[in-house]
Design a binder for this molecule. Structure first.
Ligand code: S3P
Length: 427
C-alpha cells in the first residue's frame, strides 16, 4: 500500500491512541498463566500483540477479543499451558518471541516458535544465554536466530547481569524466574521500562526492585485481574512530532502511558523547547497515565546518548525527523541496538533522510542530523518497519511537495489506523 502525504500546517484535535503495545503483551502473557479470568480493556490493536494472543491460543488458552478492544483470557495457571502441535508464529514481534520464551522455558514440554523474515534475522542469543543458564535447552539457527525450539523444564534461579540494556531480556528472565526454585535476580546496566514488574505486582506476585536490581521468587501464583491498558506513548510520539513541527498546531493526546522507563521522549523534547503540557496524571493498573497537550514550538536540538537511549529507543526515528527542523540538529550515540530492530533503523533513517535531501552523518552506534533543513518530498522505503513508515509520514508534513510512503501497511504492526488519525487532524 502506498500512502501520499501532502505538506500541511495546523494540525488540531484530539487523538485516542491504541492501547500500549508493551503493556498489552505482558498482560496477555501473565493472564494466560494466572489462575482465574483476566479482563483487559483497551488492549492494543497492534498486530504484534495479536501475534501474542495467537501464540497463547495455540497453547490452549481460551481468549475472547471483542470489537471494543476488550480481551478476556481464561488463565490456565503457571503449568496449565498445553503443547502446541504447530510452530508458534510471533510474526514481526520481537517482544512476543523473547518474552514468551521465558514462560516456555518453564513448561514441561518443547515448543517451536518462529516469525517473519525480519524476525528471523533478529538476535536471540540475548535470551538464550540466561534461559540456558537457568536450565532450559534451546535450539536456534546458527545458535542465534529463530525458529527456536525451547525444551522447558525445572529451572534454577540465577542472578543475571544484562550485557545489553533490554526490557525484553529482563522480562524473559523474570518470567522464567516464576518457574525457578528460589529467587531470580536481574541487574540492569541502565534502567529500562518496568512494565513487567508493575504487571507482575498487579497479578499479585511479590517483586523486589531496588535501583538497577529486580528480583522475583519462583512458584508464586498469579491471580487474574481486571485492568485497562494506557494509550501507547510510542504511538503518541508521532503526533507529538507532527504537532511540534506543523506550524500553528494544537493537539491533545488522550490517556497516554508515562512509564518512568519510557517518558524520555516527553522530557527530552520539553528540554529542547517543545510545548508539551502534561494534564491530569493518574494511574491505570499501576502505570502512570496523562493527557498531553502539544503545541507547535521551535526545538533547539542537542545530543542524546548513554542512559537516555533506552528511554527513547523506539522514538529515535521520529526524533531524527524532528532534528531536521531544529536549530542545532541532534546527534544520537550509544544506540547500536537500533541496528537489530525491525529493520537496521540507523540505515533506514539515514537513507530516507538523505533521499529527502537532508544532511546526515551515520555512525556505527547512531547518527548526527543537521538542523534547519528543507526536506524535499520523495518516495520513502519503509523496509517493512512500522516506525519508519510513521516517522517519515510526519517528515512529509513539513517537506516541499508530496511524500509517498511505500509499504505503508506495516504501520499496523503497532498502530492500525495511524494514517487515518493523521488525516483527521488536518481537519
Ligand atoms: C520493548 C523493549 C524494547 C523496545 C521494544 C519493546 C518491551 O526492546 O524496543 O519495542 O516491550 O520490553 P529491547 O528490550 O530489545 O530494547
Amino acid at each position: 500500500m502506498k500512502v501520499t502525504i501532502r505538506p500541511s500546517p495546523r494540525l488540531s484535535g484530539r487523538v485516542q491512541l491504541p492501547g500500549d503495545k508493551s503493556v498489552s503483551h505482558r498482560l496477555a502473557m501473565l493472564g494466560a498463566i494466572a489462575e482465574g479470568v483476566t479482563r483487559i480493556a483497551n488492549f492494543a490493536t497492534s498486530h504484534d500483540c495479536h501475534s501474542t494472543l495467537a501464540c497463547l491460543s495455540l497453547m490452549s488458552v481460551p481468549i475472547a477479543v471483542e470489537s471494543n478492544h476488550q480481551v478476556t483470557i481464561q488463565g490456565r495457571g503457571l503449568l496449565g499451558l498445553k503443547p502446541s502441535s504447530e510452530t508458534l508464529d510471533a510474526q514481526n514481534s520481537g517482544s512476543t518471541i523473547r518474552m514468551l520464551s521465558g514462560i516456555l522455558a518453564g513448561q514441561k514440554f518443547a515448543t517451536r516458535i518462529s516469525g517473519d523474515e525480519s524476525l528471523q534475522k533478529r538476535p536471540m542469543n540475548r535470551i538464550m544465554a540466561p534461559l540456558t543458564q537457568m536450565g532450559a535447552h534451546i535450539e536456534a539457527i546458527q545458535g542465534n536466530y529463530p525458529p527456536l525450539t525451547i525444551h522447558g523444564g525445572r529451572l534454577r534461579p540465577i542472578c543475571y547481569e544484562l550485557p545489553v540494556a533490554s526490557a525484553q531480556v529482563k522480562s524473559a528472565v523474570l518470567l522464567a524466574g516464576l518457574y525457578a526454585e528460589g529467587e531470580t535476580t536481574v541487574v540492569e546496566p541502565v534502567l529500562t521500562r518496568n512494565h513487567t514488574e508493575l504487571a507482575l505486582r498487579g497479578f499479585g506476585a511479590e517483586v523486589k526492585a531496588d535501583r538497577n536490581t529486580v528480583s522475583v521468587r519462583g512458584g508464586q501464583k498469579l491471580r487474574g485481574i481486571e485492568t485497562t491498558v494506557p494509550g501507547d506513548l510510542s504511538s503518541a510520539a508521532f503526533f507529538i512530532g507532527a504537532a511540534t513541527l506543523a506550524a500553528g498546531s494544537e493537539v491533545i493526546l488522550e490517556e497516554v502511558g508515562l512509564n518512568p522507563g519510557r517518558r524520555g521522549i516527553v522530557d527530552l523534547l520539553a528540554g529542547m523547547g517543545a510545548s508539551i503540557e502534561i494534564l491530569d496524571t493518574r494511574l491505570h493498573g499501576g502505570e502512570p497515565v496523562a493527557d498531553l497537550r502539544v503545541r507547535t514550538a521551535g526545538l533547539r536540538g542537542g545530543r542524546i546518548f548513554g542512559a537516555q537511549i533506552p528511554q527513547v529507543i523506539d522514538e529515535i526515528p521520529i526524533l531524527a525527523v524532528m532534528a531536521t527542523q531544529s536549530e542545532e540538529g541532534i546527534e544520537i550515540r550509544d544506540a547500536g541496538e537500533l541496528r537489530v530492530k525491525e529493520s537496521d533503523r540507523i540505515r533506514s533513517i539515514v537513507e530516507n533522510l538523505r533521499a529527502m535531501g537532508a544532511d546526515v552523518e551515520e555512525f556505527e552506534d547512531g547518527l548526527a542530523v543537521a538542523g534547519r533543513q528543507r526536506l524535499q518530498g520523495t518516495v520513502i522505503k519503509t523496509y517493512n518497519d512500522h516506525r519508519i513508515a510513521m516517522a517519515f509520514a510526519v517528515a512529509g508534513l513539513v517537506a516541499r511537495g508530496d511524500t509517498v510512503i511505500e509499504g505503508a501497511e506495516c504501520a499496523a504492526v503497532s498502530f492500525p489506523g495511524f494514517f487515518e488519525a493523521l488525516e483527521k487532524l488536518k481537519g
